[in-house]
Structure formats: C-alpha cells, structure tokens
Write a protein that binds this ligand. Structure first.
Ligand code: GDP
Length: 368
C-alpha cells in the first residue's frame, strides 16, 4: 500500500486536519540585525563618557583586519589622543604558572581601593598560532572580572607580534581617553613580546618563582635588564625561605648590571598573590618608582621616546604587511624559496628579484 507520506502533496505540518497550522516562523522572533557601526563622533563621545560598550566596539575596530575599519579606528584614536596619557602603565610578565593572573587580580583590587579605573590588556604571541588568547582572559581574574571599574581585554589575536603589539598600544590610548588611569599590560615572560610591552609601559614588573632550582639560569638576561621591579611570588608556607634566598640572589645579580637609564635601582621583593601577603609593599615600590621618575624628568622622556618608537614600528609593520600581502610577491617567494633551498639561486639575487618586482609594481600600478 502506498504510504501517505509518499504523496507529493504531503506535508508533515498539515496532517492533522482540523488543527490550525501554526505560523512557520515565530512571529516574536525578530530578525537579528547586525548592529550598525556607530559614527566616529559617536564612538569618541561614548569613550570620553566612559561608556564601556563604545570602548569595546572601538577596540574591536582597532583589532579588525578590514581596511575600512582600520581607517575608522585611526580617526577615533586621533580624536582620543589629546585625552590620553594620564595613566600609570604597568607591564607585568612572568612564565606560565608564575601566578600572573592570581597576582593581577589582587594587585588590581589593591589599586582600585584608592578609586580610579583599571584596564588589563595583554600581548600574547602564542595567540597568533592558536587563534585564541591565553592572557587577559576574564575567567582568569575572577574578582576583577566582576569589578565595575575594571576593563579586561584579551590579546589581539591576528597578525605578527609587531601588529598585535601596535593594537595593544592603540587600545591603551582608547582606555586612557575613557578614564582608565591604571593600565596593566600582561605578557608571557618567554620571548620577544616583553620588548614590545616594555616599549609601551612606564614600569616593568617581572614575576619570578623561587624553589625551581637554579633561579637565575632560566631567566633571559634581557628580560631581567628591562625589569624595574622583580617580585618573587608564592612566598608562603614552606616556600618563604626559598623565596628569600631567591630575593638575595636576584639582588646581587642586579648589581652586576649596568645602571638603568632612569637612574632607578630595580628592587626585589617577595610576596604571595594567593594569600595576599606583601601586596602593599609591592605597590609601595611602584609608587616610589613613579615619584622618582616623575621627579627626575625620566617619565616624560621615556614617553616621548616610546612615541617615536611606535611611529617607526608602525611604519615598519605596515610596509612589511604591504609587501608580504601582495599576491604576486607571495607566489614568487614560494618559488624562490625552493630555488634557494636547492642551491639553484643565491639568497641575495632571489631577494633582489622579488624586491625588484615589488618596487616596479609600485611605480607602474599606483593602486597597489
Ligand atoms: P599564570 O599562568 O602566570 O597566570 O599563573 P596563575 O595565576 O594561573 O597561577 C598558577 C598556579 O599557581 C595556580 O594554581 C595558582 O593557584 C598558584 N598560585 C598563584 N599565586 C600563588 C601564591 O602566591 N602562592 C601559592 N602557593 N600558589 C600560587
């Protein structure tokens, strides 16, 4: 027997005769529209009023890869710039497990006790590969995440380290214009990203651990030299002794370094982020530093130097991106790489051929 459902006219929704057929689409369901982009003026006005939604949307624009968004983002930044700069920018670094998120949570709450606002940003080079950021994630800072005066933003994920760092640098401007007078920039203390962070902060805090054996060996000399303060975390319980030992070792190691350009002698302290011990002392050190560099003019000098650095960094990064994003350059590079690896062409002539093509194409095609 032929089954009713095999009939072309069959519709599962109408089999029950006598029952009114409900509308196919829920009338209460509103078509989700993409929120229209606010104008530059609206965004700037919102940011200056401290509107977090506007700030987040502007940061999203800064992070966007779309050229149209980039243009808008630059206009917003330009207008926010006169309202920026009035903050303490603090870089915080340490290897995974050093206790950065635990510490930032308590340092942040400590800072906010005296009022003001705090933005926690991050530069995470690994996010380039994983397309997700492990730093600056709200879930890692439980107390700050629900604090009304804290703004937490994970690392921008797309692009080169230079590109990611530039976006964080621009986000600092937006946050400051929105009234955030404390900025933390977090990074993992294992690579190049510290240099990038160092170039955008006033104070660079290195979180270290004791009891890992040869304390000073695993640390890259460069990172230690950048630090304005070294703090040894987890100085609690049985770990107090080893932490103090590490403190003494770091102190003597620091004496071997040349004096810093600021004239500030980096300090070494122990604390416990988890048990909230020694937090005030860490912050008192940071206060002393700001007093010192504001007094001797280094604060202003460093900020101007950083502004110059970021001009060149931005130029370098955008030139590089323009070159490598050219499809023909990309194709040629693939081909040249094989030739160089096979010893069929020297590195220099291969590079010259690609650059020749690029510069010629710039001259002949102004649209590139
Ligand atoms: P991050 O990877 O640097 O962000 O480190 P986390 O803040 O996630 O901390 C790593 C681990 O160390 C966690 O299990 C924390 O609970 C623990 N931890 C953090 N701070 C302290 C501390 O002051 N004392 C002790 N004993 N453990 C801590």
């Amino acid at each position: 027997m032929n089954h009713i459902e095999n009939d072309d006219k069959y519709s599962g929704l109408t089999v029950n005769s006598g029952v009114t057929q409900p509308p196919v689409v829920n009338p209460y369901l509103q078509r989700r529209k993409r929120r229209p982009l606010p104008t530059v003026a609206e965004m700037v006005e919102g940011i200056l009023k401290g509107d977090v939604t506007m700030l987040s949307r502007a940061v999203t624009l800064v992070e966007s890869l779309s050229p149209d968004h980039q243009v808008l983002a630059q206009e917003v930044i330009e207008k926010c710039l006169p309202h920026s700069g009035r903050s303490r920018r603090i870089g915080i670094t340490g290897v995974p497990g050093a206790g950065k998120s635990t510490s930032i949570d308590v340092f942040g709450l400590h800072v906010l006790k005296s009022g003001g606002k705090l933005a926690v940003l991050a530069i995470d080079p690994s996010s380039e590969r994983t397309k997700g950021s492990i730093l600056g994630d709200k879930t890692r800072m439980e107390k700050l995440a629900v604090h009304p005066s804290a703004f937490i933003r994970p690392s921008p994920s797309a692009g080169s380290l230079g590109g990611v760092a530039r976006k964080t640098r621009e986000t600092i401007v937006l946050c400051e214009a929105a009234g955030y007078n404390n900025i933390f920039v977090e990074t993992v203390g294992v690579g190049q990203s510290e240099t990038a962070v160092h170039s955008m902060v006033d104070f660079f805090l290195l979180i270290q651990l004791a009891g890992t054996g040869d304390e000073l060996q695993g640390i890259k000399r460069g990172i230690m030299e950048m630090a304005d303060g070294i703090v040894i975390n987890k100085a609690d319980g049985d770990n107090i002794g080893p932490a103090q030992l590490a403190q003494a070792q770091f102190r003597s190691a620091l004496h071997l370094f040349p004096p810093t350009t600021s004239g500030w002698m980096p300090e070494v302290l122990t604390y416990s982020g988890y048990y909230e011990l020694g937090i005030e002392e860490v912050w008192a050190m940071i206060d002393r530093y700001f007093e010192f560099v504001e007094g001797n003019g280094y604060f202003e000098r460093k900020r101007s130097e950083q502004a110059r650095y970021w001009m060149y960094e931005t130029i370098n990064e955008q030139l590089r991106a323009h070159f490598y994003n050219n499809p023909e350059v990309e194709r040629m590079l693939g081909e040249k790489e094989v030739r160089v690896l096979d010893n069929r062409q020297s590195s220099f002539t291969a590079a010259r051929d690609v650059l020749d093509y690029y510069f010629t194409s710039l001259r002949t095609n102004s649209s590139i």
